[in-house]
Design a protein around this ligand. Structure first.
Ligand code: 3HC
Length: 660
């Protein structure tokens, strides 16, 4: 190996057996910042001009090859050279260039690799073009080179889903040429040496394989329908399906589309979500605090919620002990959990070995003392203060003093539950969303006396469950349900003021919610919220505006979809507008002397979004939520707020000026 030459602060190279090994070292993820692009360009020029260099290997330092373009540069003035220009130089080099994928090659990182003449990957690496998740399309050749390499159908799937694939799948698809064990760079060097002086396989020169256009149209229509109004997936479809045209033409179109999308509101929203997710894990007061080790999790209450949590915990590799009131009920819980695992097996999410291993790590009991060796205990029993306090007091007597106790309450005050226990400092809230094995959000409730390492334990366990944990302070309904209540209240005011349920739902669906609010109510059933309203009736502020329409519907037996009628009617299971509901709403308006007026979709949205954002302001002012981004993540991951709108706090910021 020759001495190392620095081509820029982040790109250096050394010659090994006549091959220039170029290493990108730009922590944390080797993003292709301006300095990286500069360094790469200089290294390529050196390789081209040096008579003692026969080939090039490009690799990354650390555990990533290249994580993509530097997202932090988006929105700043463009700096030369551009990534497509550098990538074109790679492909055009007269000497063989081998990509040695030491770790993830994502976005611009994979685009660099696609332009190399050969790709060898470590078994642990993943590759993908996740740009659509950021509201953009690949902007450095991905939509044109990937179809040339693996065909339009597979490229369409990868680019429009943004999913990453592991080394094995990358090999079978033809994205990489080889999986290399051991000295990856050494192998890449000998491959480059072998190709020296031989004709090179340039991806851009390959012909896009011909496929049945009706198949492509079917797949494209499906993708467009799933995009819920987002622009990037549709643009990606267009670019990939037209990739059989001359490369230069396709690349020009791709770049223009990329720049247009990069500067869009949608992309700004998704970047906000990306950074908010990373920010959310930085919690005040936890710097340097280690979580307690967790290997065994106890779950109390094996109903729907408890079973879902159990499945998530088993999937994360934990040993799970489920507790329920009697051996029979516990056994039913066991069956429910195994049933969910079987569904994962049937859908291919779990293989037989994984299923067997998870099942073997599950046991159930009706004896509190069987939880004695658990590190973390999550209760998901009936949402009643006395029931929860009784349970925690019983557990206090049998579990280890350093075990962590988590309550999954949605509406009760976890401080009251904690105060009733022997060690309130080990109590926190872990508020899962149903179904808990599917929904990504977990609100981690920091109670008044929760110890920092207990909070850290809740966060780290939730992360291991592959959830998105967001820390919240104690307040009725925590972050999500407080915002949701404000949103629901405003929607009901809108009903009284003149809008109808289907008009409100249409506005929400057009905005990107998967389902309108009133359709969701009908699906979930109206009775639980009705019971809560009845409980709260005595303590309600008599001067506050209260809309009685939902109560009237319940009194008329309209409990939602299950009962065939709710905010809508469901004559044969299909949702239709019900004139009877309109009559009930009109009567409610008349009773209060409200003269209804027409609301446009924009007006409806504006009022609903503003109600959410104002409640968010209150949560921030009260210190319940740490950052606006945390609120946005809760609403996106727990309540169907469209991620491409950035969440309610982001949504009200004026769109940034486009810089192109
Ligand atoms: N640009 C700038 N910063 C990035 C980045 C990127 N592409 N990717 C990650 N980062 C930053 C994160 O913000 C975080 O910063 P912080 O420490 O200050 O919070 C840090 O790198 C570490 O990130 P993670 O916590 O996510 O680290 P992990 O090790 O868990 O994951 C990863 C690494 C898999 C690379 C993950 O960060 C990731 O998925 N990154 C985004 C990949 C991506 O979307 N690439 C496409 C970019 S767009 C593009 O390439 C356009 C092109 O087509 C022209």
């Amino acid at each position: 190996m020759s001495e190392t030459t620095a081509f820029s602060a982040t790109v250096s190279a050394a010659t090994r057996d006549g091959v220039l090994v170029v290493t990108i070292d730009n922590a944390p993820v080797n993003a292709t910042s301006a300095d990286v692009r500069n360094g790469l360009e200089k290294a390529l020029a050196r390789a081209e001009s040096s008579t003692d260099v026969n080939g090039v290997v490009i690799t990354g330092a650390g555990k990533t090859f290249i994580g993509g373009a530097d997202i932090k540069e988006f929105g700043k003035p463009a700096m030369e050279p551009t990534l497509p220009a550098v990538i074109q130089k790679i492909e055009d080099l007269s000497k063989p260039v081998v990509a040695a994928l030491n770790g993830a090659a994502l976005g611009g990182g994979l685009e660099v690799a696609l332009a190399c003449h050969y790709r060898i990957t470590s078994p642990a690496a993943q590759v993908g073009l996740p740009e659509v998740k950021l509201g953009i399309v690949p902007g450095a050749g991905g939509t044109q080179r990937l179809p040339r390499l693996i065909g339009i159908p597979a490229a369409l799937d990868l680019i429009t889903s943004g999913r990453s694939v592991k080394a094995e799948e990358a090999l079978s698809l033809g994205i990489v040429d080889e999986i290399g064990e051991g000295d990856l760079v050494g192998t890449a060097v000998s491959i480059a040496g072998k190709f020296a002086g031989k004709p090179l396989r340039r991806t851009g020169e390959l012909t896009v394989p011909v496929v049945d256009p009706t198949e492509i149209e079917k797949a494209s229509a499906k993708i467009r329908a799933k995009a819920r109004g987002q622009k990037a997936p549709a643009e990606a479809v267009r670019l990939v399906t037209s990739s059989a045209r001359p490369l230069a033409e396709g690349l020009t179109d791709e770049r223009a589309t990329f720049l247009m999308l990069r500067d869009s509101r949608e992309a700004a929203a998704l970047r906000h979500v990306f950074f908010a997710e990373r920010e959310a894990s930085k919690v005040d007061g936890l710097e340097g605090i280690a979580p307690r080790p967790v290997g065994r999790i106890g779950i109390c209450g094996l109903g729907l919620m408890g079973s879902g949590i159990a499945v998530a915990a088993l999937g994360a590799g934990y040993t799970v002990i489920g507790l329920d009131q009697t051996p029979d009920v516990a056994e039913k819980g066991h069956e429910r959990i195994v049933g969910l695992l079987e569904r994962n097996l049937a859908s291919g999410r779990l293989d037989q070995a994984g299923f067997d291993a998870q099942k073997a790590r599950l046991s159930v009991t009706a004896l509190d003392s069987d939880l004695a060796f658990c590190d973390l205990i999550i209760e998901a029993v009936f949402d009643d203060l006395d029931v929860k306090i009784d349970l925690f007091r019983r557990l206090d007597r049998v579990i280890r003093p350093d075990a962590v106790l988590a309550t999954n309450t949605s509406y009760l005050n976890p401080d009251e539950i904690a105060a009733a226990t022997a060690h309130p400092e080990r109590v926190l809230g872990l508020h899962f969303f149903s179904p808990a094995h599917v929904m990504r959000l977990v609100e981690v409730v920091r109670c008044a006396r929760t110890a920092p390492d207990v909070l850290a334990t809740g966060l780290s366990a939730a992360k291991k469950l592959r959830k998105l944990p967001i820390v919240t302070g104690v307040t009725e309904g925590f972050i999500g349900n407080r915002i949701f209540s404000a949103y629901r209240r405003e929607a009901e005011f809108l009903l009284e003021d003149g809008a109808l349920p289907h008009e409100i739902d249409a506005a929400l669906e057009e905005y990107g919610f998967p389902m309108g609010l009133f359709a969701v109510y009908d699906m979930a059933g109206l009775e639980i919220a009705w019971a809560r309203r009845k409980r709260q009736a005595a303590s309600r502020d008599p001067s506050a505006r209260y809309v009685e329409i939902a109560d009237t519907l319940c009194e008329a037996g309209r409990m939602g979809q299950k009962s065939g009628r709710g905010w809508y009617a469901y004559p044969d299971g299909k949702r239709i507008i019900d004139p009877e509901v309109t009559i009930i709403i009109e009567a409610a308006r008349a009773k209060k002397g409200i003269v209804p007026r027409h609301f446009s979709r924009d007006e409806i949205l504006k009022r609903l979004l503003e109600a959410m954002a104002m409640e968010g302001d209150a949560l921030l002012a009260q210190g319940i939520a740490a950052r606006p981004g945390d609120i946005d993540l809760v609403m996106i991951n727990g309540y169907g707020f469209p991620s491409h709108k950035g969440g309610p706090m982001f949504a009200r910021i004026e769109p940034p000026q486009s810089d192109t």
